[in-house]
Design a protein around this ligand. Structure first.
Ligand code: MG
Length: 279
């Protein structure tokens, strides 16, 4: 791998598919300094910005190779703010990146008259002996699983906005501030015949609809089976988003075997519905 120092980074691959994605993190849209964790502040912006883009790689059964970070800093930041905020931001980025062997290979830095903007781009490689998990290969009869409780991040944000930080479960605050990409799922389910996957960034119903539309199918959702984060409502879980759990689609035949059930249990997955032919 060739990192920072040339006009562009370069990666050498072994012939497996390379996955590429990018995500913007905009102050006022994706985070609000009013609702920072007082301990970690801008460090969380770095963590979450990178976690959001890495989660997209995890949803395609790939592992990160490298990422770039481009920043537009508000012109009204003082020299001290620039120094402190950047130091915290990159502490959050490098801590998460190094945990997942993801090298920061470049980026750009500029100033803006508007709010803070960061663009995170990541490159990944599909795991050995695995295949890409896509949205358009789901089949009628597939069982739908979700890898963890939903609605925690949305509930935390709602509480922070309502001035109810003290009443919010710490787990939910952590999910809002510092979500973790689920790279463990593809690793554990390497032998599973996953027919499709997506990460839940925009809400369970939105993301489920996306997959079924891409596969020209519809779905049946058992709302009573949707796992809820502590204190979260069904509305938070269905429409809140920002969860970064994975939705997995697996053939019905796999659902029935004991080995499959233990693997699914190991990644915290539970069944929440099934895929239907489009009527
Ligand atoms: Mg996504």
């Amino acid at each position: 791998m060739i990192g920072i120092g040339d006009d562009a980074g370069a990666i050498y691959t072994s012939g497996r598919p390379v996955t590429i994605c990018s995500d913007l993190m905009i102050e006022g849209t994706h985070f609000d300094t009013l609702f920072f964790d007082q301990q970690s502040g801008w460090k969380d912006v770095g963590h979450k910005g990178l976690a959001r883009v890495l989660s997209d790689l995890a949803a395609m059964a790939s592992l990160p190779l490298a990422c770039t970070v481009s920043l537009a800093l508000p012109k009204n930041w003082s020299e001290t703010e620039i120094e402190n905020n950047l130091e915290a931001l990159f502490a959050g980025i490098t801590e998460l990146a190094s945990r997942h062997d993801c090298t920061v290979i470049g980026g750009d830095l500029s100033r803006t008259r508007g709010a803070f903007v960061a663009d995170f781009a990541a490159i990944g490689e599909v795991r050995p002996a695995s295949s890409l998990w896509r949205r358009d290969e789901v089949r009628p009869g597939d069982q739908i699983y979700v890898t963890g409780p939903l609605g925690g991040a949305a509930m935390a944000l709602e509480n922070l906005q309502a001035g109810k930080r003290a009443e919010t479960p710490l787990e939910n605050l952590k999910r809002h501030w510092r979500p973790e990409p689920r790279f463990d799922v593809a690793s554990r389910l390497a032998s599973a015949p996953v027919s499709g996957a997506i990460d839940i960034s925009d809400g369970l119903v939105n993301d489920l609809t996306r997959v079924c539309q891409a596969s020209h199918l519809s779905f049946e959702l058992d709302e009573a089976s949707v796992p809820l984060a502590e204190g979260a409502s069904l509305q938070h879980a269905l429409h809140g988003g920002d969860d970064y759990e994975l939705l997995l689609f697996l053939p019905d035949s796999w659902h029935g075997c004991d080995f499959a059930q233990s693997e699914l249990k190991a990644v915290g997955a539970s069944r929440i519905g099934r895929v239907l032919s489009r009527t």
